[in-house]
Design a protein around this ligand. Structure first.
Ligand SMILES: Cc1cc2nc3c(=O)[nH]c(=O)nc-3n(C[C@H](O)[C@H](O)[C@H](O)COP(=O)(O)O)c2cc1C
Length: 193
């Protein structure tokens, strides 16, 4: 009989992983400024119409932009964007223009004002239907209003032999569907590359 030692509640979130990492884009409705942040706490929330929840920390800029604009885009990165994923997840847009610093081109979305990441594998554009205040996070439930995937990567499901979505194991430990672990740490405040 296998044993199951305690890991402690601080590690509980990592037991529910590895979690796929996404890039969330949001736009300030007042001045049009766009921000990108990395998020792994993204989950389906309703089937028809499709809704998705994203949990974002109260301290971040992205939660403020989503609360004021009522919109966001979930961009799906491939492992070739791992540096950018880590950078956008370790630096706040309060300090700098992350898309410019990371060299991530943005293109106009179809149904929301927030743009999408040009190099992403796919995107889901969302309009916020509910914002739930937690202790240190906001959970946004967005209704999908548009979904698109790059040519050749999706045929009703991802062509898994051709894509390498990013999964965070914990901290700086990442992997993709091949199960090979990659470490990538950009210390806070280090800037880009
Ligand atoms: C792989 C990864 C996943 C992350 N997932 C989340 C998440 O689901 N929710 C969250 O609030 N922050 C998450 N973060 C941290 C934010 O991306 C980070 O706090 C970021 O600096 C916020 O940027 P902003 O202030 O520009 O919004 C994650 C970071 C990484 C590297």
């Amino acid at each position: 009989m296998p044993t199951m030692p305690d890991v402690g509640l601080d590690a509980a979130h990592s037991l529910l992983g590895p979690r796929q990492a996404f890039l969330i884009t949001a736009r300030d409705p007042r001045d049009g400024r766009v921000n990108i942040c990395t998020a792994g706490w993204v989950s389906g929330a309703n089937w028809k119409p499709f809704k998705v929840s994203v949990a974002l920390s109260k301290g971040g800029l992205t939660n403020e932009l989503i609360r004021s604009s009522g919109e966001f885009v979930i961009n799906v990165p491939d492992m070739d964007l791992l540096d950018e994923v880590v950078f956008c997840g370790r630096t706040s847009g309060r300090k700098l223009d992350k898309s410019r610093r990371a060299g991530l081109d943005l293109l106009p979305s179809k149904h929301v004002a927030a743009p999408y990441v040009a190099r992403a594998l796919a995107r889901v554009e969302c309009v916020v239907e509910q914002a739930l205040e937690m202790d240190d996070h906001w959970v946004f439930v967005g209704r999908a209003v548009h979904a698109a995937a790059r040519d050749g990567v999706f045929d009703g499901g991802y062509a898994v032999s051709r894509v390498r979505p990013v999964y965070q194991i914990v901290g700086e430990r990442f992997c993709s569907l091949d199960g090979v672990e990659v470490r990538r740490e950009i210390p806070v405040g280090e800037g880009w590359k």
